[in-house]
Write a new protein. Structure first.
Length: 289
């Protein structure tokens, strides 16, 4: 198999698998338990509730048409083609599963947990392949163009809350909305974990008179780069070297131990880093999410 075929084939294979898991999560966990679901699929839930003759997947496809026409102009052809594929496949799987098998209701809390994991994980995989499943996923992708600093999971969380409330009103069930919010929150956490990595990056600022020894230990023992910043104590006026280190979550224990073994009096500040791009971390891609 040539490199060009692999480059085309594997993303669509991943989209197909993720779309199937998306449909399974909806049909198994959300639909039979009347848990409010956001997005166009949630609107399909509402219409199917009042008009059972309307299949949810087919409704999703029809409602997505104007969104895809808008997205074609703003996002370009590649994203829209892969998104159309993901939307059609996920919607078709929803209708096929409902046609051949009816899941029994389960404990709503279990449905929220496993449904959130399945939906969030599958959406994260679809986004990683440069696609969406349409609906509010596409709306969030469009919003991301203007709000690039917001994680995708948080964008979807805000947009889908509106639809979840509408689903609860249609079912006349407050618990449907409450469980839907829980499931949506779990889904957004899992999605961001897939997109941005569960092993989140952190940044440390280290102020120490033994900065040379600490720098050497971090570079050779922890295998992380160090940037030396010039600092000055506001009270003493003394010149200080400030070490800036970006590292993975799993390395925090080794970093703190290394610093404190060399200089117990070292001043150490550890901060969360939403995203780190560069050597040893993620690489930047065009239209990155």
């Amino acid at each position: 198999m040539s490199a060009r075929i692999k480059q085309f084939f594997f993303p669509y294979l991943w989209i197909t698998v993720a779309s199937a898991l998306y449909a399974l999560g909806f049909c198994w966990c959300y639909d039979p338990n009347q848990i409010g679901f956001g997005g166009i699929t949630g609107v399909g839930q509402i219409l199917n509730h009042f008009f059972p003759i309307l299949p949810i997947g087919t409704v999703v496809i029809l409602l997505n048409i104007p969104l895809f026409l808008l997205g074609w102009r703003l996002l370009g052809g590649h994203l829209l083609i892969s998104s159309l594929y993901a939307m059609f496949v996920s919607s078709a799987f929803i209708d096929l599963i409902n046609l051949f098998y009816t899941f029994e209701p389960m404990d709503p809390l279990l449905a929220c947990i496993f449904g959130g994991v399945l939906m969030g994980g599958s959406l994260g995989v679809v986004f990683l392949q440069g696609a969406t499943t349409g609906g509010t996923d596409l709306i969030a992708r469009l919003a991301k163009l203007k709000l690039a600093w917001l994680p995708m999971g948080k964008l979807l969380l805000g947009i889908d809350l509106v639809v979840i409330v509408a689903v609860a009103l249609a079912f006349r069930n407050l618990y449907s909305a409450l469980y839907g919010v829980v499931a949506l929150y779990i889904s957004s956490l899992v999605m961001d974990g897939v997109l941005y990595g569960i092993d989140n990056a952190k940044v440390a600022y280290i102020i120490s008179d033994a900065h040379e020894r600490i720098t050497d230990a971090i570079i050779h023992d922890i295998d992380r780069g160090v940037t030396i910043l010039q600092g000055q104590g506001a009270y003493s006026g003394a010149e200080k070297k400030v070490l800036l280190v970006a590292f993975k979550q799993r390395q925090i224990v080794a970093l703190k131990r290394t610093v404190k073994e060399i200089d117990p009096a070292a001043f150490l500040i550890v901060c969360e880093a939403h995203e780190v791009l560069g050597d040893g971390f993620r690489e930047y891609k065009q239209n990155d999410i």
